[in-house]
Write a protein that binds this ligand. Structure first.
Ligand SMILES: Nc1ncnc2c1ncn2[C@@H]1O[C@H](COP(=O)(O)O)[C@@H](OP(=O)(O)O)[C@H]1O
Ligand SMILES: CCc1ccc(OS(=O)(=O)O)cc1
Length: 296
């Protein structure tokens, strides 16, 4: 009987559109091409915001594509059966998205020049965002309370496993020419500069009015109102009919409204222990925002 996850190599995956056999097939047989663009993240890091921005950069700010094609078709989720089928034989440059940890990822990526963007976010905000999303979705185990989800998260017993392991794994690619790390927080703080950085990485040049259109059409409000991007089409199937919204708040630091002082302290301790040997610039939110509730 399912315990609310599909398990593959000790990592929990969603129960819809995933099987261990399929995961193995993707890992062993998916072939990356040099012209591919891959978005990687731990779930709830701002993945879909980045997909929207990339869609707009490639259409030079023209919103036609984002307003007519669902976001999951523009950048399919590689590890799902649907995404894999869509991507496998697709001609030309492909966009794709994945949450898979590095050690389970298709090996062909590491021999290709595909452009890879890893979006990282304060895990405290990921935890809160995930809690509110999973309680209104029907494809992963639902937590009964934020307290319970907090425990699952720090133990790595959530979809795609431990945030700490995910980050540690993927940032080992840092320094490679085809690998960019972008934080949700820098995207939020100065979206224009972050989009310019993305354009440079992707080798794309936008005219000023095209850039303005990218910014306007990928704003939180624009995405919330775009039914091709706000996941409202999946209500009644993968998501509850009425409750919850994929486009929830779209802010940094919301965790402060939910963590108790004790939880904030526990999280700080674990964060420091588990990231002590990693470069601090990977975690800009730690400096920018009065990270710890207890220090405020
Ligand atoms: N245009 C945008 N601007 C800011 N945040 C956005 C955004 N689009 C999506 N998000 C936020 O990104 C999170 C979802 O991430 P993902 O796409 O990886 O699942 C949600 O966070 P919150 O739940 O904190 O609001 C969502 O609101
Ligand atoms: C309902 C399908 C869906 C939508 C958004 C998701 O977000 S994330 O990819 O996990 O960040 C996941 C599944």
């Amino acid at each position: 009987m399912s315990d609310g996850y599909v398990w593959f190599e000790g990592i929990p995956f969603p129960v819809v559109d995933f099987t261990p056999e399929h995961m193995r097939e993707v890992q062993e047989n998916f072939v990356f091409k040099d012209e591919d663009v891959l978005i990687l993240s731990f779930p709830k890091s701002g993945t879909n915001w980045l997909i929207e921005i990339l869609s707009l950069i490639y259409s030079k700010g023209d919103p036609k594509w984002i307003q007519s094609v669902p976001i999951w078709e523009r950048s399919p989720w590689l590890e799902t059966m649907y995404g894999y089928k869509t991507l496998k034989d697709k001609e030309g440059p492909r966009f794709m998205t994945s949450h898979v940890p590095i050690h389970l990822f298709p090996k062909s990526l590491f021999k290709s020049k595909a452009k890879v963007i890893y979006i990282i976010r304060n895990p405290r905000d990921i935890l809160v965002s995930g809690y509110f999303f999973w309680i209104t979705s029907n494809f992963v185990k639902k937590p009964e309370s934020l307290e319970q989800y907090f425990e699952w998260f720090i133990q790595g017993k959530v979809v795609f496993g431990s945030w700490f392991d995910h980050v540690r794994g993927w940032i080992s690619m840092q320094g490679k020419e085809n690998f960019l790390i972008l934080s949700y927080e820098e995207l939020k703080r100065d979206t224009r500069s972050a989009v310019q950085k993305l354009c440079q990485f992707l080798g794309k040049k936008l005219e000023p009015e095209e850039l303005n259109s990218v910014l306007q059409n990928s704003s939180f409000q624009a995405m919330k109102e775009n039914k091709m991007s706000n996941y409202s089409m999946l209500r009644g199937w993968l998501l509850d009919q009425k409750n919850g919204s994929f486009m929830r708040k779209g802010i940094s630091g919301d965790w402060k409204n939910y963590f108790t002082v004790a939880q904030a302290e526990v999280f700080d301790k674990i964060f420091q222990e588990k990231t002590a040997d990693l470069p601090r610039e990977l975690f800009p939110w730690e400096e920018w925002s009065n990270t710890s509730r207890s220090q405020r």
